[in-house]
Design a binder for this molecule. Structure first.
Ligand code: UGA
Length: 328
């Protein structure tokens, strides 16, 4: 069996590939290695994946249909059962940046999702997993967020693009019977994380003695979820059939100020903090209800915040020489 993972050099994609490879699954990885954030991070992750003989890589942009389909045609293993599933983790990520170029977000997150699910249906690939986001719950959902809550009031182009991809995939499931699982991830963090996200930035800023920049008062809450837990839940989702929407979150929301306290305590440094105006695209709080993940895929988040932060800090310190130069 082989699984196609798009966005394989991304933060979550890399971990999902690693998890599949560890289980002995062959992985076909696709990524365009774009410069939305420093590509050195993507290359670092990809170099690790390439060490596994069960991993095949091709560079392609999921939003460019002809090119993508040509690449997929040539990559597809011949004369065997071949592709069991597509896990679509290729995305323009980041809530706040999505107001800068919303078109790119829709190109990748919606047209890219469409190109992949259309191809899957034409090629008879039975299963499709879509990476979605806690941001679809918007600002007014009761917490903890349940998957059956209303999600039609997103507050950023990013969240709107994820919601659009979700409903598009529902239409394909209805029309062609493809099994679809939509995973709503909650603020994922860990080693080799994205440099636009709070966890990476705070670790770097505290470690290097730079001033911390917090949007708003820092009392906004996030259900920070460790990347290995996210990867294991994503791989488990391959067992499901039908159409499912599942939250993957740690069910332990903490404030941004608290995360900074944990990082500072572990690094043994007291940073200077600058509080900036709040970002309109940021929701005040997230919190996942994870009963569905527990019952459908027997998933449980296993990593406590302190342990996850420790792993992210260790990784930063091991790679400090080049990470302190990364543009954030
Ligand atoms: C994250 C990811 O960036 C999204 O791609 C993902 O879809 C989303 O989680 C999700 O839950 O689905 P976000 O929650 O904004 O989005 O995560 P961070 O970028 O780590 O920000 C967390 C909080 O820290 C936000 O309130 C943000 O305003 C704050 N922050 C972030 C700062 O105060 N300063 C910074 O420099 C960065």
């Amino acid at each position: 069996m082989a699984v196609l993972v798009t966005g394989c050099a991304g933060f979550i994609g890399w971990k999902v590939c690693e998890t599949l490879l560890r289980e002995g699954t062959r992985v076909v990885g696709v990524d365009d290695l774009n410069d939305h954030y420093d590509p050195r991070l993507k290359q670092w992750r990809l170099d690790r994946l390439k060490q596994d003989g069960n991993f095949t890589f091709a560079r392609a942009d999921v939003s460019r249909r002809d090119e993508l389909w040509e690449v997929l045609r040539t990559l597809r293993p011949q004369g065997e059962e071949d592709l069991e599933a597509i896990i679509n983790l290729a995305a323009r990520p980041g809530v706040r940046q999505s107001i800068v170029d919303p078109f790119k977000y829709f190109q990748t997150n919606v047209i890219g999702a469409l190109n992949l699910i259309e191809w899957a249906c034409r090629e008879g690939i039975p299963r499709y997993v879509l990476a979605s986001s806690s941001s679809v719950y918007g600002e007014s959902c009761p917490r903890p967020f349940r998957e059956d809550a209303r999600t039609d009031e997103p507050v950023s182009p990013y969240a709107a693009s994820k919601k659009a991809a979700e409903v598009l995939c529902h239409a394909y499931h209805y029309l062609y019977g493809i099994d679809v699982t939509v995973l709503r991830y909650f603020t994922v963090y860990g080693p080799a994380g994205r440099p636009d996200m709070a966890m990476f930035r705070f670790i770097r800023w505290v470690a290097e003695g730079e001033t911390i920049r917090i949007y708003g008062d820092g009392e906004q809450e996030r259900d920070f979820t460790y990347v290995d837990d996210i990867a294991s839940g994503t791989v488990k989702a391959l067992e499901l059939s039908g159409f499912n929407v599942i939250n993957l979150g740690s069910d332990r929301p903490v404030t941004v100020n608290e995360v900074l306290r944990v990082i500072s305590a572990q690094l043994g440094k007291e940073p200077a903090v600058s509080f900036l105006p709040p970002e309109k695209t940021d929701v005040r709080a997230t919190w996942a209800n994870i009963s569905r993940a527990r019952s459908l895929i027997a998933w449980e988040p296993e990593t406590a915040l302190e342990d996850g932060v420790r792993a992210a800090i260790d990784w930063y310190l091991e790679n400090r020489s080049w990470l302190k130069e990364i543009n954030i």
